[in-house]
Design a protein around this ligand. Structure first.
Ligand SMILES: [Zn+2]
Length: 342
């Protein structure tokens, strides 16, 4: 009996080369195929040979099944490769083995949006409303409502894009202050205004023509600089997940008075000096200040009765800091290998 198996094993070796899959299945694996017959014969094998006989027979069966599986896999791959979708993105048309990442890629939010969600979540818990800014606006909201009258030299601080019809791509999210004051007034008004901003800038590792800003305003009776410092410090501590040392230094914006630059002790080097803080130990993070009375009036709020503060912070800059990204342009160049890291 064992001799018979040896003979069949040689035959199988030859057939694996010569026969196609249906022929192999029929000859060896079907109900009345060779292997089934041999399995039935096991009762006639001498007791001391039964174990070896069964083992050899099983091995032969596995060899044939593997050959059939391999061949079917190859066939389906060839079929797959024939179906080319010329509109599909990335390397979707290449074979499955060559694109494991694409198969794994179930979609994820952009690192900027991940950070935005985190920030908005903090502000919502602090009781702020959210209103998204516009991506095209007018002269009134970009300048006049913010205390930049026509011809004001501070307009030159903003290298904005204008359309032929006289609309402007917002250079900051402060364009939304007037709308927010009117929409959420009368005070108390607590609102954050995230949105895309645009500047006519030459780009490099730390400058982009397009970026996100998050504006915030808080208006009520008796609001002071102390409230501003507390709110911004609390927000940044929660966002950067560490206790912060802060200082406020003078700045200039037409729409706030006084105007402040909010500076934090570098949380990465504990003020010793590192590449994130430019080896100064401090990071200038955002502009802020008490909202100018003219801006409140233009939003329908009486500056004699109410006061408030506003701030604007760049989301891209914070994202670079939090995620350890060295080049701001990576956030928008659509490099899937880069984005996949987050
Ligand atoms: Zn540092």
């Amino acid at each position: 009996m064992i001799k018979e198996l040896e003979k069949i094993s040689l035959e199988i070796e030859k057939d694996l080369k010569d026969l196609d899959i249906p022929q192999l299945k029929k000859k060896y694996l079907s109900k009345d195929g060779t292997l089934q017959k041999l399995f039935k014969n096991i009762k006639d094998v001498k007791p001391n040979q039964k174990a070896e006989y069964g083992k050899t027979l099983n091995t032969l069966k596995v060899i044939i099944e593997e050959k059939i599986n391999d061949s079917q896999r190859e066939k389906s791959e060839v079929e797959d490769n024939k179906k080319i979708d010329s509109t599909a993105p990335f390397d979707i048309n290449s074979s499955k083995e060559k694109r494991p990442h694409i198969l794994d890629l179930k979609g994820s939010s952009h690192p900027l949006m991940q950070e935005l969600d985190k920030m908005l979540d903090i502000f919502q818990r602090m009781g702020f409303n959210i209103l998204e800014s516009r991506q095209i606006d007018d002269d009134f909201h970009m300048f006049e409502s913010l205390n930049f009258p026509k011809g004001h030299p501070a307009r030159d601080m903003y290298d904005t894009f204008w359309t032929e019809e006289g609309f402007v791509l917002p250079a900051h999210t402060s364009t939304m202050q007037n709308r927010a004051l009117r929409r959420f007034g009368p005070p108390p008004i607590r609102v954050v205004l995230p949105g895309r901003c645009f500047r006519n800038e030459a780009t490099d590792a730390s400058h982009e023509h397009t970026f996100y800003q998050i504006e915030g305003i808080y208006v009520d009776k008796g609001v002071s600089m102390g409230h501003m410092q507390a709110v911004i410090k609390e927000y940044l501590s929660q966002y950067l997940e560490t206790e912060l040392e802060v200082k406020m230094q003078p700045a200039y914006f037409p729409f706030t008075e006084p105007d402040i630059e909010f500076v934090i002790g570098c949380p990465f080097c504990k003020k010793v000096g590192c590449c994130v803080c430019g080896y100064t130990g401090w990071i200038e993070l955002m502009g802020c200040g008490m909202i100018h009375p003219n801006v409140l009036s233009s939003g329908g709020i009486d500056p004699q009765e109410y006061s408030g503060f506003a701030w604007g912070v760049g989301l891209d800059r914070l994202t670079l800091i939090r995620k350890g990204i060295k080049d701001i342009r990576k956030l928008r160049d659509g490099d899937i290998n880069f984005l996949r890291q987050f």
